[in-house]
Ligand binder design. Structure first.
Ligand code: DAK
Length: 259
């Protein structure tokens, strides 16, 4: 896959995606969003991919937001068009993916950049990272699900404080409020994400997918419990379930086929 604004490669069943607009602090322009949509769709349909690690090029920024220069003269209709594609094909597509996505936050994660990280299933931050939703400084509010996902992660009071003050939080503050799972030195960022992915890779793929779907349902306006029950039932139909329980009984390591 050749992209202009991303690099992507598969190594040992992990798809590594790096947003590669370092000079613009990896800001999300329309073309980058389109390429992200493409690579997410690829991850979803490619059996070889067991999970995705998403990061930004360089040491300064994960993503410093939507590309302010690009949308500065957009009218309402253009804004709406931008919103539609982005929501469904990027942000919701990540959250609803059956494969785990980990955001490796290597620097500023601001505005649409933090929204992108929050759409991922887990976040690991470098100790240099700063996170925030500064849209109100531009007369906007977060538009790619940030008001919802931040509230789900950190609670109403902290979300309102962060969004209305536009203040950034440090990586260690982000960890304290539950916005990121781990904070590690910059040099260890990708290896920490790999450590988590490698644990997941040993588990049953269909169960991973069912678990993600059920947890995501818990924080949506749908009945998460019903989804959990349905997905739990489906697990019983899989070869992996049979292999998992057989391996347990036979006191050996399970060899999952993803079927
Ligand atoms: N967009 C475009 N260019 C950006 C950018 C951005 N978000 N952030 C940084 N850059 C560019 C800078 O303009 C500069 O370019 P040159 O001047 O060199 O050409 C280069 O990256 C380096 O940035 P700085 O020189 O500013 O670097 P500093 O170290 O001084 O400052 C900073 C780093 C991250 C504090 C600063 O760059 C900054 O404040 N950046 C903007 C952060 C921000 O406000 N981000 C939120 C944007 S609003 C939508 C849904 C959502 C959204 C939009 C639409 N729809 C539903 C349609 C989301 C909106 C946002 O994300």
């Amino acid at each position: 896959m050749a992209y202009q604004n991303l690099t992507s490669e598969i190594k040992e069943n992990i798809l590594y995606v790096t947003i590669n607009r370092e000079k613009a602090l990896n800001a999300l322009n329309k073309d980058t969003l389109a390429e992200l949509a493409d690579v997410i769709a690829f991850a979803n349909k490619t059996e070889q991919v067991r999970g995705v690690i998403l990061t930004g090029a360089g040491e300064k920024a994960f993503v410093a937001g939507a590309d302010i220069k690009e949308f500065s003269d957009y009218n309402g209709k253009q804004g709406e068009d931008l919103a539609k594609g982005g929501h469904d094909l990027v942000f919701n597509a990540i959250e609803n993916s059956s494969k785990p996505f980990i955001a490796a936050i290597n620097g500023f994660a601001l505005g649409g950049g933090l929204e992108l990280a929050m759409a991922c299933h887990m976040r690991i931050a470098s100790d240099q990272a700063k996170l925030g939703l500064p849209e109100v400084t531009l007369g906007l509010i977060p538009g790619y699900g940030g008001t919802q996902r931040l509230t789900q992660l950190v609670g109403k009071g902290k979300a309102i404080e962060m969004i209305t003050t536009a203040n950034m939080v440090t990586a260690s503050e982000a960890e304290k409020i539950g916005l990121v799972n781990y904070v590690v030195p910059q040099a260890d960022l990708i290896s920490k994400a790999e450590e988590i992915m490698n644990a997941i890779k040993q588990r049953a793929p269909l169960a991973i997918s069912a678990a993600i779907k059920s947890v995501v349902a818990a924080v949506k306006n749908s009945d998460g419990y019903a989804t959990e029950i349905e997905e739990f039932g489906k697990c019983f139909e899989t070869a992996d379930f049979k292999e998992g329980v057989t391996a347990f009984i036979e006191k050996r390591k399970a060899n999952f086929s993803g079927k």
